[in-house]
Design a protein around this ligand. Sequence first.
Ligand SMILES: [Zn+2]
Length: 283
Amino acid sequence: MGHEYCGIVEEVGSAVKSIKPGQFVVGSFATSDNTCPHCQYGYPSACIHREFMLRAQAPLLRVPQADGTLVPTRGGIPSKDLVPSLLAASDVLGTGWFAADAANVKPGGTVAVVGDGAVGLLGVLSAKQMGAGRIIAMSRHETRQKLAREFGATDIVTERGDEGIARIKDMTKGIGADSVLECVGTQESMMQAIHSTRPGGYVSYVGVPHGVALDGQKLFFTHVHLHGGPAPVRRFLPKLIDLILDGTIDPGRVFDLTLPLSRVAEGYRAMDERHAIKTLLQV
Ligand SMILES: [Zn+2]
């Protein structure tokens, strides 16, 4: 959809105070003033001045609420090899991080991740950074399983649906995972997440739901916490940028196809047909 972006500021509007031309900046897919109550509570993606960024597949982009939305990198323009990771911070990493945060990932905890797209894989990376003891990635694709392991997954489960739930229960002595990250947004993935979680555990959901309906009575008896929505990426950006600039994390590895902007359609096709996890477009 083109709502991920980073780059060098060319020009600022007359009301912009802190962002300056020449800075390298990363922003979220949701703009935010960073001052309203929702922003103050840590939900900039629910900002009262929110606009969803689209069409960032372009040589130039206008970003509203620049002072609140954009985060400049410290130490000037980052080296070129860090740009894919900084671009990942703009959405897929920020969303994966929120998934882990919202699922209450704690040091030593058992985490399951439903979905092996860029967000799911970076949910694995995020859970690892938060100190999870065991990270179970649910994936059927060999290349994605490999990246999940490199990002910190300790186990891979290839089964889905009820079989997937049974596998997670087996692996946790019948208890279920402490934290489950739902990074797909289908009925099957949501049920898989809720029923793989132990009573009292946490499910985060960051995939836009498509046709998901929850049965109130079934939900009642699961005893799980549910927390999701459009990720408040801006809350995490300063920390994520630091981790990238320090070389602690390398989330840009989810980009396994780089194309010039003029071949954008090809990039989307590759992701749609699952030949690529994520396409990076360059101007
Ligand atoms: Zn706000």
